[in-house]
Design a protein around this ligand. Structure first.
Ligand SMILES: *Cc1c(COP(=O)(O)O)cnc(C)c1O
Length: 302
């Protein structure tokens, strides 16, 4: 199997918040050194089933933005498996400066071919996929963020006997595959909260197509928009790391935990409830975020 089952249990750590509520974090960021967090599980069946089908000329093709954790993960899988990869990247302007972007430079080091397209072309990815499949009929085309039905099945592996007792299961939401998988395979008594890193009203209906259960709630936690980073988030992430020795990144997990803390202060969670947040990884994004923050003379993530 290209992506093996992890040999050790993924640790669940308690975050001591002393408020008659118990908060925990499941460290999916530790699942693999290069393919971190939920991206590992979202790619698990997609890539393993594809490789098992023995395509004559295997090729992984996918889509993403300049700092995409998904692009990073797919490039690493390709490199580990010896399968060539193509990343369709949003933003023509990156063509001349991708070497300065740590995510794209990492993808390139992993052998990924990078093709830069305009935002307009990127919006019509389905059309692009059609052309690509004609050109590379044996390729596996993985959607942006890796969300599809196989990804939802993979997310099931983030749940096990150790996650069953919790009253709330929390995850950050980008394209919705992760929250859909948690919703689909949670226990009946569990409530799922998806923390939206993207200001996108169509997410809810897309998630409903992937899970038929309405056990989830979506809460806005984009703090000014997808990929926008406020100083208060940087402060929160740095405090969190100093206090609990757990790194968070500023696009998904940092914003989710910041919102969870706000909700705890506001009394959202009933007394004695047990809350589990999934650390979905993405720590590779810190380097790129710090480059942007440094350019704006702002405090950096430690
Ligand atoms: C991609 C990603 C998410 C969002 O996952 P979706 O399944 O697209 O909603 C959350 N956290 C991190 C760190 C990610 O990289």
């Amino acid at each position: 199997m290209l992506l093996p089952f992890p040999t050790q249990n993924i640790p669940i750590q308690e975050i001591p918040v002393h408020k008659n509520r118990r908060l925990f974090i499941k460290r999916e960021d530790l699942v693999h050194p290069q393919v971190s967090g939920n991206k590992y599980w979202k790619l698990f069946y997609n890539v393993n089933q594809y490789a098992a089908g023995n395509p004559g000329t295997p090729y992984l093709i996918t889509f993403g933005g300049a700092f995409s954790n998904h692009i990073s993960a797919v490039s690493a899988v390709g490199s580990l498996a010896g399968i060539p990869t193509l990343g369709i990247i949003r933003g023509e302007e990156l063509q001349s400066k991708w070497r300065d972007n740590p995510t794209l430079a990492f993808a390139h080091r992993n052998g990924m071919n990078l093709k830069f397209v305009s935002r307009e072309e990127y919006r019509h990815k389905e059309k692009l996929s059609g052309f690509l499949l004609k050109e590379f009929p044996e390729a596996l085309i993985i959607p942006e963020g890796g969300t599809n039905e196989a990804a939802v099945e993979g997310v099931k592996m983030m749940l096990d006997d150790h996650t069953k007792d919790f009253d709330y299961l929390c995850t950050a939401v980008g394209t919705g595959g992760t929250v859909a998988g948690i919703s689909k395979y949670a226990e009946d008594h569990q409530k799922i909260i998806g923390f939206k890193a993207v200001d996108d009203d169509s997410l809810e209906s897309r998630i409903c197509e992937l899970t038929s259960i309405r056990n989830f709630e979506l809460i806005d936690s984009h703090f000014g928009g997808y990929g926008k980073i406020k100083d208060e988030t940087v402060r929160f992430i740095n405090d969190f790391k100093r206090k609990f020795e757990i790194p968070l990144e500023p696009i998904y997990t940092g914003k989710m935990m910041q919102k969870v803390f706000e909700m705890m202060d506001e009394g959202y969670f009933p007394e004695n409830s047990k809350i589990l947040c999934f650390h979905t990884g993405g720590l590779q994004g810190i380097e790129g975020a710090n480059l942007l923050l440094a350019r704006q003379n702002r405090s950096l993530i430690i």
